[in-house]
Design a protein around this ligand. Sequence first.
Ligand code: KG4
Ligand code: ZN
Length: 348
Amino acid sequence: MKILGIESSCDECAAAVVEDGKRILSNVVATQIPFHAVYDGVVPEIASRKHTEWIYSVVQESLDKAGLSPGDIEGVAATAHPGLLGSLLVGLSFAKAFAWARDLPFIAVDHMLAHLYASQLSGAVPDYPFLGLLVSGGHSIICRVDDFDRVTVLGTTIDDAVGEAFDKVSKYYGFGYPGGLAIDKLAQTGNALAFRFPLPNLHKGEHRYDLSYSGLKTAVINQLEQFRVPEKGGAMSAAIPSTVNPVDIAASFQKTAVEILLRSLFRAACDTGLTTIVAGGGVAANSYLRARIVERQDLRCIFPPLDLCGDNGAMIAGIGYQYLLRGDRSPLNVVASARVRAFKRNYP
Ligand code: KG4
Ligand code: ZN
């Protein structure tokens, strides 16, 4: 069954065709990053306008690359939540129209569940239940996964998402948006033990698996600020001063950011007895995170390939197939929502 998957929740305009939930026939991602980078973050109005301009050609390209015509598509899936409302509406409406015009089954899916499904597109077959690690620019979630659509949140961030922390630190370095990859690359040559940044004090009760990044972000910025020197005229220099090795600060930041994730994740693994971890989301591409997780030889860790960590249409088509296979359909009046809708919260 060939499914067209459409993703437009944020700043990637993406469409893909996936066969039987596994075989990627095409995967087109048109990034808007250059349009947002000048503002150091995603501008919702620009994002939805660009989606509107691009969606038709992105879908056309996904069909062309798969060597298919619209008549070959057997089902349509699109992201309905979470994300920027204006952006979501473009992809969702296009997908509904495509399905309606060709009388195809249609399914609206959750973006975070799709991130969790991404690794299965590369042939990984995790046995349920497992622990999910969802780390992106908007979310940081540790969860128990009982099926592709049955997820219980064990822990989440109480302030910034981990990708957001990478992006904010990157902005301070002048690397622009999004900055996770730039910090990852910079950190690779630094001394991660040069600076000790604080870990959040969240290890008890209902926050046992929760995460927090605002303290770390502030500490990193303060560390850099301390060494800043006033320029002529009294203004502070925007450049990172030569007395500080910015590479070491980046490496120490990254080490702490990953440490925060792993403390909660490994605590959840220990408490639940679950030994398989499946990661997803843009930050799952982080080289240090990947290296640190695999050190735990008692755990099986599954990561999507790098090109499927970030937002893409293949993960939408892939999980969409699982719903359609089960006979699920969304009505064509299904609404978009800015929030995660598919997860329930559980305090152990
Ligand atoms: O999943 P995603 O593409 O979009 C959202 O759903 O948010 O994730 C984007 C996030 C950004 O914050 C970006 O800086 C981060 O993933 N990211 C990384 C890396 N590559 C992307 N963070 C750390 N290390 C990376 N290598
Ligand atoms: Zn995402």
